[in-house]
Ligand binder design. Structure first.
Ligand code: AMP
Ligand code: MG
Length: 354
């Protein structure tokens, strides 16, 4: 275990009562340079004062996060961005109008008050205004931009429940605020608005189609489209290059005709003598497998249901001791693009075409 043990205070805000009053202590912790995990609509975040370059390193320490992987600054009012960026491109007003508060992160050229420790040494800064009520009230009470990556140990699936945060970070952070299970379940879409054409650096809940509809033009970072991570893999969002979201078991994704995928996975399962096998299935297919563990990630009729459950299912496999995990795959359009981006990373790009 890294770092010294501390007591992690648990605050239950699942009932929508006295939120403001009960967030006072959390805000004090941020002002004092401490760490508070809190719910957002995407996943749980691990927050610190993003302008305090003694507080920010504690996030990296608690998560075991590589120091070149920058943090997103969370704000509660649009006007707060003015002091954090060099200029606000017109497109950012349009995007904020359409998608803030919500699961969209925008990358700007940073102003001098944003420490390099927050941006991983970059001249740019990522900003988001979440819509989750607890998150908004918490940021407002803290009175500073809250730097927050996902509240998991580096490399593990992102947390969608307070229990996931405690599992990874108990004893390493000052407080966790429980706001119940999050709504969306996968992280924000990151869009770089510093250039002529906005670029998607990380796919997320706001899809390319939604962005196109709002602003007419958007590109996807080449590294995001790539299915192999070679030596020259240099995504513009540094975090995208790390193995991520990984369950403990060995995982493979099966692509191709649905029927054939089921057939091939069942054949593979038979070969796994003495190994605990698991399948990431769907409502439509969960009864068709002969594995030790079969979990449905949601319905093929609803990409939202799959996004919502994905990280939770990966963590369930760990709880159940899955050693070999076989995963179905999904169409890579719309929200499916973000879902498959996360699945590819969980499996370390171990993809089998049937
Ligand atoms: P997390 O909050 O754990 O989802 O991680 C934040 C993500 O935002 C990582 O993938 C970072 O690489 C990305 N990010 C944060 N700041 C920037 C930035 N200035 N430029 C590009 N990507 C960024
Ligand atoms: Mg993360």
């Amino acid at each position: 275990m890294r770092g010294s043990k501390m007591k992690t205070e648990y605050v239950d805000l699942r009932e929508d009562k006295d939120i403001r009053e009960r967030l006072k202590k959390a805000a004090e912790i941020i002002k004092d340079g401490g760490l508070v995990a809190f719910p957002t609509e995407t996943v749980y975040g691990l927050g610190a004062n993003g302008l305090n370059d003694e507080a920010v390193p504690k996030i990296y320490e608690a998560k075991g996060r590589p120091s070149d992987n920058p943090l997103i600054l969370h704000i509660s009012e649009f006007d707060e961005i003015k002091s954090l960026v060099k200029e606000i491109p017109n497109i950012a007003y349009v995007l904020a109008d359409e998608f803030w508060p919500g699961p969209l992160t925008m990358v700007f050229n940073k102003s001098d008050i944003v420490p390099y420790r927050t941006t991983g040494g970059l001249e740019s800064v990522a900003l988001r205004m979440p819509s989750n009520k607890i998150a908004r009230e918490f940021i407002k009470a803290a009175g500073v931009p809250v730097a927050a990556p996902s509240a998991n140990s580096s490399g593990r699936p992102s947390p969608t429940k307070a229990s996931h945060v405690l599992k990874d970070l108990e004893g390493r952070i000052d407080m966790v605020i429980d706001g119940g299970e999050v709504d969306i379940g996968i992280e924000s879409t990151i869009v770089d608005v510093t250039g002529e054409v906005p670029i998607i650096l990380r796919p997320g809940f706001i899809t390319e189609e939604m962005l196109l509809e709002a602003i007419g033009r958007v590109e996807v970072d080449e590294a995001v489209k790539s299915l192999v991570q070679g030596l020259d893999f240099k995504p513009k969002a540094p975090g995208m290059k790390y193995r991520h979201y990984a369950p403990y078991g060995k995982m493979a994704i099966y692509k191709g005709d649905n029927k054939k995928v089921i057939e091939v996975i069942n054949e593979e399962i038979k070969k796994q003598i003495g190994k605990k096998t698991a399948v990431l299935a769907t409502d439509e297919t969960k009864d068709l497998y002969e594995a030790d563990i079969v979990v449905s990630v949601g319905s093929r009729q609803s990409a939202k249901s799959i996004a919502h459950n994905l990280f939770n299912v990966l963590r369930k496999f760990d709880e159940m001791g899955a050693e070999m995990i076989f995963s179905e795959s999904f169409d890579e359009n719309k929200l499916g693009f973000a879902i498959m981006n996360r699945l590819h990373k969980s499996a370390g790009y171990n993809i089998i075409n049937v």
